[in-house]
Design a protein around this ligand. Structure first.
Ligand SMILES: C[S@@+](CC[C@H](N)C(=O)[O-])C[C@H]1O[C@@H](n2cnc3c(N)ncnc32)[C@H](O)[C@@H]1O
Length: 301
């Protein structure tokens, strides 16, 4: 007999607390003076329960305290988003008109996007988190015309392709997919089936950006104490990391589903690329980010 799945926050119908955590980091970063901030998420403050810092110095102080406790997380949270927004800009320039976010949380890419008006953002997330996001944006009077919400639970065994079809997603047109900060919360089977579902849903040529947590953080053997402390914290909050990968297994998992890895970045690579001359965050190396392209399958020829 298989053990019953543990009761997690989402399964209990409560919105994601880790999505709040990433929004808090982005909201504080947005207060830092322009030359030093790592992103510029001007909507993140809507999703925080603790007021964002008032000044650039306060924001730096708050974020650097977090960074000392959990080195590498800020870089990952803020800079994977930079990479994603670069990818979206490049794809849109090349003609892509659909952006798909899996586990979108309180992502505000759609709200800040200033490209052509005909780009649609499909935001897939657990219904509990999605309801919280919709309520917050409605209360703030923020228009979300370009956003199509797709309530979906990656662990429920439903068809992602069908859920997207029902909301008007064009399976024949290439898209760019961001799956950020999510794979490690999904049991391995749910993660693999989401890869397979995604491959069945998107057109060849579509680009995928996903991140993974090192196996060593999930199994408790990592040498990065701050990562292990974060693992304990999110588990206590009801969103445990349950599934890690390695650079090799991440590439193999993507390839097995029909996505060819194009680039692998680790936290230090992100900091080198996007952190500026004097990055305010550290670069503990326990997470990775993979850019991959959906290859034509036998059926597609
Ligand atoms: C750490 S947050 C990341 C949010 C956003 N992508 C970001 O980078 O800020 C994890 C997100 O995954 C979603 N998530 C986790 N498990 C899920 C599941 N089984 N089905 C759907 N969404 C899930 C949560 O609701 C949450 O929004």
């Amino acid at each position: 007999m298989t053990a019953p799945a543990p009761q997690t926050r989402l399964r209990a119908g409560r919105s994601s607390e880790t999505a709040h955590l990433t929004a808090r980091a982005r909201a504080a970063d947005a207060v830092i003076e322009p030359g030093r901030r790592l992103l510029s998420d001007t909507y993140a403050h809507l999703f925080v329960t603790v007021p964002p810092p008032a000044t650039s110095e306060e924001a730096l102080d708050r974020l650097q305290r977090l960074d000392r406790a959990h080195g590498g997380f800020l870089a990952e949270i803020l800079l994977r988003q930079r990479r994603f927004e670069d990818l979206v800009a490049l794809a849109v320039e090349a003609g892509t008109r659909q952006v798909l976010l899996l586990g979108a949380g309180y992502d505000t890419t759609a709200l800040r996007f200033r490209g052509t008006e005909d780009v649609r953002f499909f935001e897939v997330d657990h219904p509990a988190t999605q309801a919280e996001k919709a309520r917050t944006l409605a209360e703030a009077g923020v228009r979300t015309d370009a956003v199509v919400s797709v309530p979906f639970d990656f662990t429920a065994g439903a068809s992602l392709r069908d859920a997207l079809s029902a909301r008007g997603f064009d399976h024949a047109a290439p898209c760019v997919v961001g799956w950020l900060g999510v794979t490690f919360f999904l049991p391995v089977q749910a993660c693999r089936s989401t890869f397979a579902e995604l491959a069945a849903a998107v057109a060849p040529g579509s680009l995928l950006l996903f991140d993974y947590m090192d196996e060593s953080v999930v199994d408790g053997t990592s040498r990065y104490e701050g990562a292990l402390a974060m693992a304990r914290q999110v588990a206590e909050q009801g969103e445990p990391y349950v599934h890690g990968m390695t650079p090799r297994s991440a590439a193999a998992t993507a390839r097995a589903a029909g996505f060819e890895p194009l680039e692998q970045l680790r936290v230090p690579d992100l900091v080198r690329r996007y952190g500026g001359d004097e990055p305010y965050c550290s670069d503990d190396d326990f997470m990775g980010l993979v850019t991959a392209r959906r290859e034509p399958s036998g059926r597609d020829h």
